[in-house]
Design a protein around this ligand. Structure first.
Ligand code: BTN
Length: 247
């Protein structure tokens, strides 16, 4: 049975878990109808119309999980979202490396993963998910938002989606410590990768600002993205935030 804490309002479901971690069991899901200070990646905020979207976090306490394999958790989370939306809404989404979820060139879901590491292992992980579901219009200055409603023209039951995504994530985590499962999941991640179709796209090296044409080659288990620079023929390797696509 899924353990769900439902809050009408909180600042941020990630922060709620963080503050109450001593009292929460592993695999608890905290879902809020409204967040007053939703947090995004890179210190950004996350805005979502109350009651019309999913904003929730899951506390994971994986056993003996090496910190250097933490990207596998991102992969599992992103895939669980893509699978659930495909199954329940018949909408095909893509994963924008490392873990945004896109529909065409628009962002439908953001993921904020916060790990606590002790020694070489993950002590616990807070997975925060903001999925635009039934919102009809976006008024904030988020650059390119889209919702499931805008794609499919119909409303989706928030609870069913919450249950499916959370259950899938909780079940996938112990599996990814097994080598075969990890490889399987990684292949599925690559198949669902946004702009991972072997075609040329334009990238920006964020450190130098250099713009270059390239083709995604592969992603390492550490999460490093390898891109073939088609202007030079060289392979370039990037950690998170070191490269972005020009859209
Ligand atoms: C991003 O910037 O793409 C990540 C956004 C993550 C938003 C979710 S909403 C639920 C959880 N609580 C937060 O404060 N943030 C995450």
């Amino acid at each position: 049975m899924l353990k769900i804490i439902r809050l009408e309002q909180t600042d941020s479901t990630n922060s709620f878990i963080s503050r109450n971690i001593a009292d929460l069991e592993a695999d608890t899901v905290v879902c809020a109808d409204c967040q007053s200070a939703g947090r995004g990646q890179r210190g950004n905020s996350w805005e979502a119309e109350p009651f019309r979207n999913l904003t929730f976090s899951i506390l994971l306490c994986p056993k003996n999980f090496p910190a250097i394999r933490q990207f596998a958790i991102s992969e599992a989370v992103a895939l669980a979202i893509v699978r659930a939306v495909k199954q329940l809404c018949a909408v095909e989404l893509k994963i924008k490396w490392p873990n945004d979820i896109y529909y065409n060139n628009k962002k439908i879901c953001g993921i904020l993963i916060e790990h606590a590491v002790m020694g070489k292992e993950i002590l616990h992980t807070i997975i925060g998910i903001g999925l635009n579901v039934n919102q009809q219009k976006f008024v904030s200055d988020a650059p390119n938002p889209v919702s499931l409603y805008q794609i499919s023209g119909s409303e989706t039951d928030l609870d069913s989606l919450l249950h499916k995504i959370s259950t899938d994530i909780i079940n996938l985590i112990p599996e990814i410590t097994l080598c075969d499962k990890f490889n399987e999941l990684h292949s599925e991640y690559m198949l669902n990768l946004w702009r991972g179709d072997g075609r040329e796209y334009v990238f920006r090296d964020t450190a130098s600002g250099q713009i270059f044409p390239g083709i995604v080659s592969h992603i390492e288990p550490t999460g490093h993205l390898n891109v073939k620079d088609t202007s030079t023929g060289d392979y370039r390797r990037f950690a998170f935030k070191e490269v972005e696509w020009v859209i």
